[in-house]
Design a protein around this ligand. Structure first.
Ligand code: GLU
Length: 488
């Protein structure tokens, strides 16, 4: 190999994500895509998407569309158009023919029955069942009426060595591998052939994929070698595990990557979280996307499986909400309010809501839920809070505050604050003594931003209306108490 070519091969960065469109984008898939994307962006390389849709029964166009959109929702931009593997079948056949011509592949006329019998016999002898190579060098005319498959002629070497970023040198005894089928009898290519041909034609130089593919790699390397192509670098990422350490099941709701956006995490928070599940950069936890691109590298990759950690995700989610741009937060909050049936226009300006919660919210869904009283027509009183706080003793302070608030010249947090302070003083009670009944009356519960901000967000009309309703609640309660006292 010439020096120039070697340098080019070493420096070119071209990665790909190659999902099968048989379901939604999983968290593990998103992490694989992210690492490929980060590596490409870090090195000014290219990142491709290849949809491995050759299993026509399990693949669907809807899933293909869903995968492309999901990557877009997380901001992982592609170089070029997504490549559909199914569109390249002709090319895969051509590669198989090239291998036939080189003598690196051969036609095998075994019928399914014959193969089944072969496996039976091997099992009976206590051997691992595998194709015995009986058509490798068979001369003479082929049987009539049997369509052959094309098999790869496994080379004679002792072993195959896979060099992997994480696993180092992994050695496979060649005798463990059999002559794999490249083209089925119906002319359809198998996974290994398609994968190798596509990676080559796309110019992929780094194959970063799940650990479950490590054992495919020796076969793929042998194919690449037989074709005289240059192998890419390999990195097989360890699994993501459930928080309790068990294998993630595809049925787990937590595996659907988009479910995290629906739950109101910012896309960059999810990516930051995933980046850290299998990669580290000192003890740093929080990264913006551009910081991830700047810092990501193979040196930080870890070889052991990582457990999902919902608490950590929440914490990372919160850190990103603290620093995100206000318009992004407003946009996400709007969608979240709509998704719980509230009208974002029927309440305070969203910027104010964001300002009030950005220091404490973990998700935008959490923010929408916490602020729902500012957008809803009626407030639902939490029973425990109402019982504890909206007592008869709160009647007079609430009535006084309601009258005073009705007359506040300018409905703003400072104006409201001054009004509450004056009312409390005139009643000879502390600010807090008045604040808590006001809060429960207006928000229905005991936790909200500072009371002046809370009332500002609720607006004057809703505040006065709810104070009226709370006074009604207290009266009804007093009447009920009086009634039961009279009876007793
Ligand atoms: N289509 C394979 C999968 O979804 C990926 C194959 C590869 O990355 O080489 O697991």
């Amino acid at each position: 190999m010439g020096g120039a070519r070697q340098i080019q091969a070493m420096t070119a960065v071209r990665t790909r994500f190659a999902p099968s469109p048989t379901g939604v984008l999983h968290l593990g898939g998103l992490r694989t895509a992210l690492y490929n994307w980060l590596f490409a962006r870090r090195h000014g390389g290219e990142f491709f998407l290849r949809i491995e849709d050759t299993d026509r029964q399990r693949s669907s166009e809807a899933h293909t569309k869903g995968l492309v959109e999901a990557l877009g929702s997380f901001g992982l931009d592609l170089d070029g158009e997504p490549l559909l593997q199914s569109s390249r079948v002709e090319r895969h056949r051509e590669v198989a023919r090239a291998l036939l011509e080189r003598g690196a592949a051969y036609r095998c006329y075994c019928t399914p029955e014959e193969l089944a019998a072969m496996r039976e016999e091997q099992r009976a002898r206590g051997e691992v069942p595998r194709y015995d190579g009986r058509w490798r060098d068979r001369a003479g005319p082929p049987p009539v009426g049997v369509k052959p498959v094309i098999r790869f002629r496994r080379p004679d070497a002792e072993e195959v060595v896979v060099r992997d970023w994480l696993h180092g040198e992994v050695r496979y005894r060649n005798s463990q591998l059999d002559d794999l089928v490249l083209l089925r009898a119906d002319g359809s290519p198998t996974y290994h052939l398609s994968c190798v041909a596509d990676d080559h034609d796309m110019g992929v130089r780094q194959v970063i994929r799940g650990d479950d593919h490590l054992n495919n790699t020796p076969r793929q390397l042998q194919l690449i070698e037989a074709l005289g192509w240059e192998p890419p670098e390999y990195c097989h990422l360890p699994l993501l595990l459930a928080p309790d350490g068990r294998k993630l099941s595809k049925r787990d709701e937590a595996t659907d990557a988009l479910s995290y956006l629906r739950a109101g995490y910012l896309p960059e928070a999810v990516l930051n979280y995933l980046a850290r599940l299998g990669w580290s950069h000192g003890d740093r936890e929080i990264f913006s996307i551009s910081e991830l691109i700047e810092c990501f590298g193979r040196e930080g990759l870890g070889a052991s499986a990582s457990r999902l950690d919902p608490d950590k995700l929440n914490w990372i989610g919160q850190q990103h909400i603290k620093t995100a741009a206000v318009d992004i937060l407003c946009e996400g909050l709007r969608a979240q309010l709509e998704s719980i049936g509230l009208n974002p226009e029927d309440g305070p300006p969203l910027e104010k809501v964001v300002e009030a919660w950005r220091e404490r919210a973990e998700t935008l869904a959490g923010m929408a839920k916490a602020a729902r009283w500012a957008f809803s027509h009626e407030v639902e009183l939490a029973e425990k809070a109402a019982r504890k706080v909206l007592r008869p003793a709160a009647r007079e302070p609430l009535a006084a505050a309601r009258a005073a608030l009705a007359g506040v010249a300018e409905w703003s947090a400072p104006g409201i604050h001054a009004c509450i302070a004056e009312t409390a003083e005139s009643l000879g009670i502390g600010f807090g003594k008045l604040g808590q009944p006001l809060r429960v009356a207006v928000t229905g519960d005991t936790v909200s931003p500072p009371i002046d901000t809370t009332l500002d967000l609720a607006g004057r009309a809703r505040t006065l209306e709810r104070l009226g309703a709370a006074l009604g609640y207290i009266e009804a309660r007093a009447a009920a108490a009086a009634g039961s006292a009279a009876q007793g």
